[in-house]
Design a protein. Structure first.
Length: 138
């Protein structure tokens, strides 16, 4: 993660949906290639507040979105790229999302601070648990 120490730009990766509101894989890959070609030092995937719904079981897009970005970075980046995956929810969900990101080779996790009913100690415990899987940044 030397890229971070050098002051990399890490944009939040948007979600490419077609007119049918389903993931458009071709355009999703094109967005990733655009950021890579622009010289971004990293990508933050599944971090937009508008993307929290991709985690819902009926939608089930978290894994495909994370995998598409990681695969495109692996195959097409011509420079070092830090990959950051968004994670949210209570501890069990956040840890599971971090484990999913780790399985695709992500470097770090950006935790959503919005956890209904969690107090400061609960948020710290969650961050520690996720940090056992991947480094937490943000």
């Amino acid at each position: 993660m030397d890229v971070l120490a050098e002051g990399a730009v890490i944009p939040a990766h948007p979600l490419a949906l077609g007119a049918d509101r389903k993931l458009d894989e071709r355009r999703q890959r094109a967005l990733t290639r655009y950021y890579l070609a622009s010289g971004a030092g990293g990508l933050a995937v599944a971090v937009h507040t508008t993307q929290f719904e991709i985690r819902e079981p009926g939608i089930g897009l978290l894994a495909p979105v994370l995998e598409l970005a990681a695969e495109t970075v692996r195959n097409e980046a011509g420079h070092p790229v830090v990959t950051v995956a968004g994670a949210c929810g209570h501890t069990a969900q956040a840890v599971a999302e971090a484990e999913l990101a780790a399985s695709f080779g992500y470097d770090a996790v950006l935790l959503s601070p919005a956890v209904p009913g969690a107090d400061e100690e609960g948020l710290l415990d969650r961050a520690r648990a996720v940090g056992e899987v991947l480094p937490v940044i943000g």
